[in-house]
Write a protein that binds this ligand. Sequence first.
Ligand SMILES: [Zn+2]
Length: 580
Amino acid sequence: MFPEVPERFGRCSRKWRSALSSAPGSGGRFGSSVFVMAAPLRVLACGDVEGRLEAIFGRVRAIQAKSGRFDMLLCVGDFFGSTSEAEWAEYRTGAKKAPIPTFVLGANNQNTLSYFPDVSGCELAENITYLGRRGVYSGCSGLQIAYLSGTEAQQQPAPAHSFSAKDVAELKTSLLSTPNFRGVDILLTSPWPRDVGTFANSAGEIDTKKCGSKLVSDLAASLKPRYHFAALEKAYYERLPYRNHMVLQETPQHVTRFIALADVGNTSKKKYLYAFSIVPMSSMDPAELVKQPQDVTENPYRKLRKEAPKGKAPLSAEVLPCAPPPEESACQFFFDLNKHQGKKRPSEGKERGDSQPKQAKKPPQPTGPCWFCLASPEVEKHLVVSIGTHCYLALAKGGLSPDHVLILPIGHYQSVVDLSSEVLEEVTKYKAALKEFFRSKGKRYVLFERNYRSQHLQLQVIPVPLDLCTSEDIKEAFIAQAQEQQIELLEIPEHSDIAQVAQPGTPYFYVELDTGEKLFHRIRGRFPLQFGREVLASEALLAQPERADWRQCAAQRPEEAAQARAFRREFEPFDFSLRD
Ligand SMILES: [Zn+2]
């Protein structure tokens, strides 16, 4: 099929045949025959065309004559070159026509910028579409193609042929804020992602630690494309597929295949065209989607993300690494809140040891940035409503109700089991204060902790009107809904400590009523991340199933800030942190 690469010809055609006969969207790697629910789309991807339109379209025509029609051609890298003017004019005027719907990325340099008249994307010629600077293209098939044009900006403001961290953050936000986001089918970028070769087969002469864009790595890590194509390096590299989840810690997700393509018509016969079939993930059987091929590797960007994350997450039960960065620093926040409350509070960090010599050890430090460590710039400070010595309270992002709060340790502790005695003592004080506060409003709180797939302890505290249900109703609702999902939720003695029933380091979930009654589940396999919230939102309790997903409840920042102010004001008489 690709006679320009005789030594790879066999491999490609084998891949292609198995792709047609096996799992949808598998790229042909799974091998076994699987019942196909929807007809796969047949897609071609190619590297830098550099204006050699006859070469690429001639090749596409030949392939289609031999193997039948394809649905689209996706072009990454430089579509135009410096000497393509005359050839392009024939397409632009309609004298010649692309043989297949062709989608291209924008300019990577100043010279070719003029070929792209509209930054938001447009038809450049019949059958040739410029996708735009960044965004998501969704065909009627449901196939989602995310794209980012240009190269990573080396200066600010970013030139028109470059993208900046802001572009990447906005693209991530637009996708990651969609409910139940699992990933995209295809990601198109011109540069390679930095470090893509980590944990992988060799990328030949390309040093993946030096070449490519860190922003593209960050984007790929967040968007979890099933296929990621890039070019610009005049090299062909098909990386072994990598996983998008952590083994044994996260539920399995689909793998990503990264494929870099060479320039069209290159004299060293490197592969520049890649054929594959894909069923949009939206119409795939979830079990089929997450099947792991045998040669899957670790995620090459995992380490990178820990070191230098570009995304932020809100204070919520689930991490959404896409919220915009906070405008103020942690220090600024401390200052503001102190002033507001008219009382000086010990600040976190270096000064702590000086002002509190009694404290034997500093709170544990996170290995990477944390969205809940109060000293971290990642914290959404406008949601914080009370700060104690070891713990703080913050409104939940997209809370189930406006008074849904979180009790969080100021230092980086993963779970209640890990807390030191003085931190635990203050957690208990906050629980008592919240009980009194909510009881004064005719409510009881339900508290839960999910020590599973979370880095920093979050005790979710959700008030439920006393006249709505009894404590027995609440326990029954939890137990019944747990049973439906084969989760064993056991009542443990009221005054027993979670540390007594949970081994350090083992995942668990527990619910606690303000009377101290507790239900506990030792997590052994998977656990639904939103379980606690879903039970509380269900018909049996708050009867607000539409609020079960916190992402559906996200409010604008000013509204969140107003809710936090209101909570602070009402909670003030109960807030020991203002008196002690
Ligand atoms: Zn933390």
